[in-house]
Design a protein around this ligand. Structure first.
Ligand code: B12
Ligand code: SF4
Length: 443
């Protein structure tokens, strides 16, 4: 039986050390899903390099790699090591799509796949079996999401992932119910990669997959879970009997749909990750996210609070109209308006996005060492501050929002969803003190 080694690479820190951790936040869906698509005639094993080590001498017939942008430099080195042992490798996924020229130039991989795997993976493995692996494959369409197999989370070592408050036995699992996004925010790769047209999995299949894994806390990978309110309603109704808690990404427009939010809560929505991005309208217009200017932030928060869903406000600092004062002011607004959680990032140009093209043209990209594209290290020159000042303002804001007195105050005044909220804030506080972004995979 031929053996496939699926590897999710770690990334390098600023001293070129491989980032390792005892535990990781949430297991990625990508490789467990690719393993599920793999015919039974292959033996499969998954290595998540942040928490597992790679034995380059391990007996393997094929190495399969994936990753976001920051993982690609490490993926290249891993493939080169295996090449020395004559083990072929394949790479695909969002990172490999964003920087296809870098991948080709590296010459490290036997095969480079562009696009979604669902309709392609079987024929790639047939070619591999025949010893006829091609240098490049591309899926030029967006596959249907009917009949997707459940991801093989059973191939992962569950102990290595964080537990949620609601399920102390199982890790948080990622489940897909849709792909695509009809918006086209300039900094985001989703529309470029998955397309503007929404594709949905049959709800019955989503429910079956959730039951199959048995985890009581689910994070949906959908980029915009309620963009189609009638489908979202149907999904939430189907989730209700499962008695799970879940988290998903919502856009701000859902704040004007109290009925839908109420249903989300009743079906187990434990947190809504909302791309607020900026409180400055000119910034929002400049990134093509003017839909966020339609409702004031305080009303968005109120609407989620009314539905009893904690709001995780995702923010981006470093846009053209950001100043050091406006960053401080944004954090204060988050505190005053009682956002439950804030998740700030720095504007980072992903090749393939409009933001990348614009910043490149203006000569404002400092470097393209993708290992450092962590989204909390400044890689662009902002207009009204230095990159160093931007990073300092980011950490200052994080420390201000997650300071112990405010955390305690929030807990005592029940602004957060009681115990889980408190535990998450303590966890975030601890990560920030270590200089790690709370949503980075390392623990
Ligand atoms: C869930 C998620 C997270 C989770 C979990 C991450 C994880 N451990 O997997 C959390 C919240 C932790 C997270 C964090 C971040 N994320 Co995130 N995340 C996602 C999200 C929403 C879903 C990913 C997913 O599981 N999809 C389902 C799987 C099955 O899809 P897939 O991996 O794309 O695989 C398919 C194809 O790509 C292909 N494929 C993939 N690999 C391979 C390999 C081969 C060989 C082949 C043939 C095919 C193939 O086949 C699969 C099936 O078709 C995506 C957006 C999206 N819709 O994909 C963003 C996304 C991946 N994240 C992104 C980013 C930027 C981040 C953050 C930096 C935060 C931020 N600013 O948004 C952090 C960084 C974390 C880190 N490790 O450093 C970007 C990545 C851009 C890039 N090129 O680097 C994305 C694309 C969103 C975006 N805004 O553009 N994220
Ligand atoms: S940021 Fe969110 S709303 Fe905007 S294109 Fe990306 S997924 Fe869609």
């Amino acid at each position: 039986m031929k053996k496939i080694l699926f590897i999710y690479p770690s990334s390098y820190d600023s001293q070129h050390r491989i980032i390792k951790s005892r535990k990781s936040f949430v297991p990625s869906r990508t490789l467990p899903y690719l393993a599920a698509l793999t015919p039974k005639r292959f033996e499969t094993r998954i290595i998540d390099e942040v928490v597992d080590s790679i034995n380059f001498d391990e007996d393997a017939d094929l190495v399969v790699l994936t990753g976001m942008l920051r993982h690609i430099p490490r993926a290249i080195d891993i493939a080169k090591e295996f090449r020395k042992r004559k083990t072929p490798s394949i790479i695909g996924g969002v990172g490999a799509f964003a920087i296809r020229d870098t991948i080709i130039k590296s010459g490290a991989f036997d095969s480079h796949v562009i696009g979604e795997a669902d309709d392609l993976w079987g024929s790639i493995l047939d070619d591999f079996d025949k010893g006829q692996l091609k240098a490049q494959y591309e899926c030029t369409h967006h596959p249907s999401l009917n009949g997707l197999p459940p991801a093989r989370y059973d191939l992962l070592d569950k102990k290595k992932y964080l537990r949620s408050f609601w399920d102390m036995k199982n890790p948080i699992i990622l489940i897909e119910t849709s792909r695509g996004c009809p918006r086209d925010c300039k900094f985001c790769l989703v529309t470029k990669y998955f397309g503007k047209k929404m594709r949905y999995r049959p709800i019955g299949e989503v429910v079956e997959e959730i039951k199959h894994h048995g985890s009581k806390f689910v994070m949906f990978t959908d980029d915009n879970i309620a963009v189609n309110p009638s489908r979202a309603r149907e999904l939430f109704l189907a989730l209700k009997p499962l008695n799970i808690r879940w988290l998903a990404q919502f856009e701000t427009s859902v704040a004007s749909q109290p009925e839908l939010l109420r249903l989300a809560y009743e079906s187990g929505c434990a947190s809504a990750f909302v791309g607020i991005e900026s409180l400055t309208h000119s910034n929002l217009n400049s990134i093509n996210k003017s839909q966020n200017t339609k409702m004031a932030f305080k009303d968005i928060v109120k609407s989620f609070k009314k539905a009893r869903i904690p709001l995780l406000a995702s923010l981006i600092f470093g846009m053209d109209d950001d100043t050091l004062d406006s960053i401080d002011w944004t954090i204060e607004e988050m505190i005053q308006n009682k956002a439950n959680v804030i998740i700030p990032w720095l504007l980072t140009p992903i090749p393939g996005t409009i933001s990348y093209d614009e910043l490149k043209k203006e000569g404002r990209i400092i470097h393209e060492n993708y290992s450092q594209y962590t989204f909390y290290q400044a890689v662009i020159r902002p207009k009204h501050m230095t990159p160093d000042e931007l990073e300092k303002a980011f950490w200052k804001g994080m420390k201000r929002f997650y300071n112990p007195i405010l955390i305690l105050k929030r807990f005592l005044l029940s602004e957060m969803e009681d115990m889980p909220g408190l535990l998450y804030h303590i966890y975030f506080y601890w990560k920030i003190r270590k200089g790690i972004h709370p949503f980075d995979s390392v623990y």
